[in-house]
Ligand binder design. Structure first.
Ligand SMILES: Nc1ncnc2c1ncn2[C@@H]1O[C@H](COP(=O)(O)OP(=O)(O)OP(=O)(O)O)[C@@H](O)[C@H]1O
Ligand SMILES: [Mg+2]
Length: 262
């Protein structure tokens, strides 16, 4: 895109440069580098404990990076750089960065005592101070988009898991994120409910949203992702076009992981 954004638009949406993250003595991310273009979908696979969730949490600065740099939309996440030195961002600025990134978790984390509509308008009205009528109109549009227009006044407990997850997606979209992160969004669902959530995600990808999706849904990765990454032990072992990587994994750890999965 060569619009008014100019230089910014030419940069990738996410740029990770040798990102390291430790929890005490435990090195969880050991130099993760990757680039995700605007409108691209990246799927991340890898064994339990390999650092997938930690990497997502670093992208929206729920975790601090110990070394390396992470840029979202051309901005350093969580820090300001002056004369080659990093300074922590003011919490207000860090919160602003986080607001621009939508995140969907395995467990939907909806507010149980609020209706579907109230869940979706909560952040726009409370955090962004969007007028209630505007937020409601937008929420109704989003609920329609995820196929839940008629559930606006239901409570989360009255919905299936797949429906709750679609509300969680609508809730994230209500903040107009420039990027969406999904951490195993379908792995807590009964198998028959997985498809409806993946369908909403596929539609979102087609609409041009930049997405990072940790998932073990290989059909989704193959058909929707532009790029697939296999992580193990805090590093990216292999990355490439999903069809190619799934059909011809080069690294023996990727081969072993995929053979266990398929
Ligand atoms: N807050 C934390 N404090 C200490 N250790 C942590 C913390 N969060 C994650 N870890 C450790 O970091 C490692 C990577 O965890 P992470 O959740 O990123 O893995 P994952 O690839 O998402 O695994 P899974 O597939 O099981 O979700 C694990 O060893 C985990 O125990
Ligand atoms: Mg995880």
């Amino acid at each position: 895109m060569t619009t008014a954004g100019g230089v910014k638009d030419a940069q990738p949406m996410i740029l990770a440069d040798r990102v390291c993250k430790n929890f005490g003595a435990l090195q969880v991310l050991k130099g993760v580098s990757l680039e995700i273009g605007r409108g691209e979908v990246l799927c991340v696979i890898g064994p339990s404990g390999s650092g997938k969730s930690t990497f997502l949490r670093c992208i929206n600065h729920l975790e601090e990076v110990n070394a390396g740099r992470l840029y979202v939309d051309g901005e350093l996440v969580g820090y300001q750089e002056k004369n080659g030195k990093l300074y922590e961002l003011h919490p207000r600025e860090a919160a602003r960065q986080r607001r621009e990134i939508g995140m969907v978790f395995q467990h939907f984390n909806l507010f149980p005592h609020r209706t579907v509509l109230e869940n979706v308008i909560e952040a726009p009205t409370q955090v962004k101070k969007v007028p209630k009528a505007t937020a409601v109109a937008k929420a109704q549009e989003l609920l329609d988009r995820v196929g839940l227009a008629e559930k606006a006044n239901a409570y989360p407990a009255q919905l299936s898991g797949g429906q709750q997850q679609r509300v969680a997606i609508a809730r994230a979209l209500a903040m107009d994120p420039k990027l969406m992160l999904f951490d195993e969004p379908t792995s807590a669902l009964d198998p028959e409910l997985v498809g409806e959530v993946l369908e909403v995600m596929r539609e979102l990808a087609q609409s041009g949203m930049t997405m990072v999706v940790v998932t073990h849904e290989m059909g989704f990765a193959r058909e929707v992702a532009d790029k697939l990454v296999f992580m193990d032990g805090g590093v990216i072992i292999e990355a490439g076009a999903p069809r190619e990587l799934l059909a011809n994994p080069k690294h023996e750890r990727t081969q072993a992981f995929l053979s266990r999965l398929l």
